[in-house]
Every structure is written in C-alpha cells, then in structure tokens.
Design a protein around this ligand. Structure first.
Ligand code: DGJ
Length: 726
C-alpha cells in the first residue's frame, strides 16, 4: 500500500510486515525517514536529528542555519558535490565540466500496476501492484531523476529503479547512477556478503561495519563468481530467527557495486547499482538512461523470513510463465562423463542408461558443434559436427525421444574461438582494441554483444539449430570474464557504454528466445555460478549453481545461495566419485540428497554404476517427483550453518505446514560423538506429525526440544525425514 500525505509531501510504502518512508522537506530535499518493521505511519521526519557539525556545509538557501546540512541528513537519493561528502548516488558532467548534482523534489505520480523497464529484467505483478514515481531535478544542469518504487506487499518486497533524463540543451555525461541509496540513522550494523571464486561460490562473509566505505563489486562484465549482487545489513545479533535485517539485491548481470559507508555521525549509507568502473553514458538533449532494478526485503525477525520472502518473490514475480510453476524435468548431462570426447552412440548409451531410472531429459553439453574437439576451437560455429553426430540433430534427437526422454543442448552464444569460421570472417566482432593482442580466457574471445549485427547473426544461428529438431531445453553458458572491453562500433567518447550495452545485448537475445520459444527451458550458466543473479533468473528460471559438484562443498555453496535465491533456481546434479573437483568419495545417497535440493539431475555415465547404485537412483528420482512441489515450492528453512557446524540440515515446509522434508548431511565422524537433537522449524505447533510414516511427534516438541538424531557411523552420512501432519 502506498500512502501519500500531499500536504506534507510524505510518501509511505507499507508491505505486510514492513514500512518504508520518505519526505520532501521545506527545501524540497527528499529525506529518507524510516525503513523497518511495519508501523502506523504519520510524518516520521521528527526521527531525524539535526545539529551543527563541523565541516558539514549548509545549502545556500538555509542562510545561517548551520544545523541543516546535506552531509548529515538521511537522503533518499544522494547528491554529488554540493555538500554531502558521503557516497554519491549519481554523478553527471554537463558540457561545462562541472560534476555537481543537487537534486530537489518536483513532484510525484502514482501509476497503476508495477513499472517495467525497457530492455531490462524486473519483477512483475498483477493489479495488486502500484508504482510510485518521485521526480527530482537538478535545475542548473537540466537533469531530471525519476525514482521508481514498486511495492509487493505479501512478499515484503520493495523494488526501486531510476531513470535519468537530460532535459537541458547540451549533452550531459552520466558517470554514475546507483539503483538504490538507503540511509540509516544508526551505524551498529553488520555487513554480509556472498563471495568466493570459480568452483566455490557464495561463501557467506559477515563483519561489523567499520568507519569508511566497505564494498564488493564486479568489474568482470558479469555479476561474477567472486561477489554476488546481493548483500545484507543487519543487527549485530541477527540470526536466522531474530533481529532486524535488510536484504538488497540488484536485478542485473554485469558489473555492479554494493557499498556500505559508515560515516562520521553514527549513520550509514548503502548504495547498490551498476559499477561506475569504466562506465559513462552520454545523454544528448531528450535522451535518458535507466538504471537496473534493485529489490529490498526488510525482515524484523532474522534471515529466515527475509530469504523466504525473496524466494517467494523470485518464484512468483520474477520467473516468468510457463516455468513459474511448471514442473522441470530431472535431467542427465554428459559433460562430466565425456567432456569433449563423445559421439552420437556414446550419448545414446548414456541416455539409455538413464531413461529407465526415471530421468526425463538428456542434455548434450559442450563439443557437439563446429570443430569443437577441445576448448581451443569451434565457438561461434553453431552447426552440428557431423563427424561426432552423423546426420545431425535430425538423426540424434529422435533416438533420444524413442527412449522416452526429451532433448536439450548446450550453447555459449557470447563467445568465439579464434580457430573458427566466424572469427576468420569477422575478427572485429570480438571485443578488443585493434592495436593490442586480446587477452584470452579459456582460450576464447568475447563477442561484442553490444552490436546488433553480432547478436542478430548469433541469434539466427541458434534459431536454425532450435528449429532443426525437437529441443526443449538449452543450457546457456559463458566461460570467461570480459577483458579488452572496446567496441569497434562505438566512437572513443562512448567506449564507457560498452560494458552495460553488452549486458543489454545478452538480455536482448535472451528475450528474443523467450518470445520465439516460450516453452523452451533455459538454464543459465557461467562456468557454474559466475552469473547467478536475479537479472538472469528473469530469462533463465534455473542457473547451474557451481562447476563444483562435490556434494560436501555444495552444502556451503547451496547454503550461501539460499539466502536470496530459491531451491527451484539452483542447478544441482549428482556426479561420479571420486569427485572431479575434490577427489572426495561420497555415497550416492548423500549426493542425491544434496542435489535434490536444487533442480536435480545427474552428470555421469550411469552405465558405470553398480546395480545397487542404479536402484538408489531409481528411488531418488521417484522420491523427488513425489515431493516435487514441497521441495521446489515449499518454504525453506536453514536449520544449521555449515560454516560453523559439521552437521548441515535444512527443511522445506509446505505453505499449509501439513508436510515437511528435513534433509541432513553429517560431517566427518569422531569417536565418543555427543548425542544431538535437531530442532525443526516452520511446523504447526498445534499439530502432530508422522515421520517417515511412523510415530506421532508433536510439532511444538519437534521445534522446541528437537528430533533426536542417531549417531552417524560414516563420514558424510545423510538422512531425510518426511513429515506428514496427522
Ligand atoms: C562450464 C560449465 O559450467 C560446465 O558445466 C560445462 O558446460 C562446461 N562449461 C562446458 O564447456
């Protein structure tokens, strides 16, 4: 609900459990007055304290009033160079070379429905949404800044976006444009980020804010394995079930920056948006720039409710039809089994071993096209390699379908190998400044997706493949970071646009795919989880979580990912042991338990499995399908923290709390291990539950006293408890 007090210029956004407020004051400065647990409202600007602080200057119009300074007031969207020395939300440069932005309130509009952003992903919703647009202006530069707010009440989600319009008569260079600025009148907050590297993504890191700016960012052209565009600010004491916490996510897949600044006066500012690194956009008179969407969830009761609200919002308001609620297939992918060395008969062999075990989709990974026998060649030549697949997809796909499976394939559209027909024909289509040899990554170069002709060529090639056979799934991979970012199609003064235009180009091709093949399931991938973000989820309802398929490493990766992203978005497969990344041997049972808290599939040659393992796989796929809705759509509870606890446990609970699935994986065993009870969460305290078809356990006892665990006799043992209300 959006409540507007026109007389006092107070804008209050209420969600089910939270309230957000801003107010334009007597100097038309837009102040942020409150964000937290839901309260009645009213004009909360009295919460803002003012005092004369040394070296905090005063706007010209306040005269001698030294208490009024932009440097100390909480701003809704911070200015630049006119007296607020904290992080600037926006920076632009008119032709006179000044870098000043003094934004003042000029009006607002309430629009029915949730705003959409042209060319950019954004949460969507039905008529329950409204959009508030608040207009700010820097009159000297002729720049208008429109702040967009969407309010999804039942998910406690507040979305923001920004549009900047040059209303002056000269060109203005935009150098920074954050999507979100959030000021807090307190500094006793912890900053939590999700960081890592290739094969070890989204490790949770937490530390109290210290004075100054702390930030995470990506300058790799993608959101990256290294930092995720999702951060949390929270009470020092906050945990899964307690404490005020604020999640901020950017719905964007390129360079980003999330910065928290603890400032001189015990307050704190959070900015999130496109990274200003190598960024500028020249806006001619009348032109505009739209910054990607940011989405906030505040939880007054810890991380658990915050995550569940993000999961709900992503599942219902970001993932588009038809995959929003539709069952996704259990798949088998040949990559870890074969890498590049396969032929059609090997693929059919793998598929044939999987079909009787309940696996529904066969995915042909990298190596099926052009001269792609190693990672040194072939990218860009999207025609079937007839040596490996005689007769092409027209011949292979029917064989897979005869087994009762559907067929999917891997592509990496954004890349080109120097050893490819495409590169030989169009060397300038790769990013790179012509006087320098380009930096290679995984032996490949990056196509300049900021250029329409490049995108058109690649799209046509992919379309030809998709039209050649019955293909129901595509894995869209992206296997290097961007370097040598220079486009042959743009003049010198516009090279700062390339990083962002590249991302818009990726979105453009994905959107075309979505429009032309609405039933096609696309799984995102960037060497695993190098582009695991809400921007991609708008186009690809699931994303390969990590190239690390070791079930024990996956516990932490999937735990970190779960703070923001739902189970239904996390690509997870059972792979062979010893594991290719860690050399670890883990039982088929444990590998299955971990992978089925994701989109679930296998990535191995099942012909190599023992009969017993095959039986286990058959049971796993049947169990997963039986409990599909609970696992994929249920409320997710983290029951332990794998970074501090050797036991990892989590739960999915149905919305009506009549069913729950508890999964747990032990660590290494030790003699004389203590007895332990696992306290469950999310159950109905007034009901009793059968566990795995037996007994009667009161919900309140399970949550308060816990469920007594057996002693584990093996490293990395697993258990699943299926609870059904009596
Ligand atoms: C990286 C992906 O994450 C893998 O799953 C696999 O598809 C390879 N690329 C293929 O090159």
């Amino acid at each position: 609900m959006i409540v507007i007090d026109q007389e006092n210029n107070v804008f209050t956004l209420h969600t089910q459990n939270t309230t957000y407020q801003m107010k334009a004051d007597q100097h038309r400065v837009l102040l942020h007055t409150y964000y937290g647990a839901r309260i009645g409202g009213g004009d909360l600007s009295y919460l803002i304290r003012r005092a004369d602080r040394g070296f905090s200057p005063n706007p010209n119009e306040v005269g001698d009033n030294r208490d009024y300074s932009l440097d100390t007031l909480p701003q809704e969207y911070s200015t630049c160079g006119v007296g607020d020395f904290r992080l600037s939300s926006i920076e632009f440069e008119p032709e006179d070379g000044s870098r000043l932005a003094d934004l003042r309130y000029v009006g607002y509009e309430l629009r029915p429905g949730k705003y959409a952003l042209e060319g950019l992903p954004a949460f969507f919703g039905g008529t329950e949404w409204e959009t508030l647009v608040v207009f700010l202006e820097d009159s000297a530069a002729g720049m208008s800044v429109e702040l967009f707010y969407g309010v999804l009440e039942d998910c406690d989600l507040i979305t923001r976006a920004v549009r900047v319009v040059n209303k002056g008569d000269g060109t203005v260079r935009l150098r920074r444009c954050a999507s979100l600025c959030l000021d807090f009148q307190r500094d006793d907050l912890d900053f939590i980020t999700f960081d890592g590297c290739h094969t070890l993504e989204r490790n949770r890191n937490r530390s109290p804010l210290r004075p100054g700016v702390q930030s995470i960012e990506s300058v790799r052209g993608t959101s990256s394995h290294h930092h995720n565009p999702f951060v949390i600010l929270c009470d020092h004491q906050a945990n899964e079930d307690y404490g005020l916490c604020y999640g901020a996510m950017l719905v964007y897949s390129g360079n980003f920056q999330a910065a928290a600044e603890r400032t001189q006066l015990e307050n704190n500012r959070l900015l999130i948006g496109v990274n200003p690194y190598h960024f500028c956009f020249d806006l001619a008179p009348g032109e505009s720039f739209t910054a990607p969407e940011a989405a906030l969830v505040c939880s007054p009761a810890g991380f658990g409710p915050m995550s569940r609200q993000y999961h709900r919002a992503i599942r219902n308001h970001l993932i588009r039809d038809p995959y929003q609620g539709r069952r996704r297939p259990v798949l088998i992918n040949n990559w870890e089994a074969t890498e590049f060395s396969f032929d059609a008969s090997k693929l059919v062999d793998i598929a044939a071993s999987a079909a009787p075990l309940g696996i529904e989709l066969f995915v042909m990974d990298d190596g099926w096209f052009g001269a792609r026998d190693t990672d040194r060649s072939g990218l860009g030549d999207w025609t079937v390699n007839q040596k490996k697949i005689p007769g092409g997809l027209e011949s292979l796909v029917p064989k897979i379908k005869e087994l009762g499976m559907s067929f999917g394939l891997w592509i990496e559209p954004e890349m080109v190998s120097e050893n490819s027909d495409l590169f030989r024909a169009h060397p300038d289509w790769a990013l790179g400044e012509p006087h320098r040899p380009q930096t290679r990554g995984r032996c490949q170069l990056v196509l300049d997706f900021s250029r329409k002709e490049v995108r058109d060529h690649i799209y046509t090639a992919i379309k030809t493949i998709l039209d050649s056979a019955d293909i129901t799934y595509v894995k869209w991979d992206m296997n290097r970071s961007l370097s040598d970012v220079w486009s042959a199609a743009l003049p010198a003064h516009r090279q700062g646009e390339v990083f962002h235009r590249y991302v818009l180009g990726v979105y453009d091709v994905l959107e075309r795919l979505h429009q032309d093949y609405p039933d096609l399931l696309i799984e995102g991938c960037s060497g695993g989880g190098g582009r695991f973000d809400a921007g991609m989820l708008y186009y690809t309802p699931q994303i390969w979580c990590s190239d690390n398929t070791d079930a024990i490493d996956r516990l932490r990766i999937q735990y970190g990912t779960s703070f923001c992203y739902p189970v239904s978005s996390m690509g997870a497969h059972v792979s062979a042991v010893p594991n290719g990344q860690t050399g670890r041997r883990v039982s088929m049972e444990t590998r299955g338990v971990v992978a089925m808290s994701g989109t679930f599939g296998y990535e191995m040659d099942l012909n190599q499995c023992t009969q017993e393992e095959r039986e286990t796989i058959r049971r796993q796929t049947a169990f997963f399908k039986e409990h599909y809705d609970l696992i994929q759509q249920g409320d997710y509870y983290r029951l332990t923290d794998p970074f501090t606890d050797s036991l990892t446990a989590w739960a999915q609970v149905s919305a009506d709390r009549r069913e729950a699935l508890i999964s747990l994986v032990s660590g290494t065993v030790h003699a004389a291990a203590p007895f332990r009870a696992l306290r469950l969460k999310g159950l109905d305290s007034a009901r009793s539950y059968q566990i795995n078809g037996e007994g009667s356990f009161p919900g309140d006892v399970l949550m308060e006293a816990g469920y007594p665990l057996p002693l584990f006799w093996d490293d990395y043992s697993c258990m699943q408890l299926y609870l059904q209300a009596l």
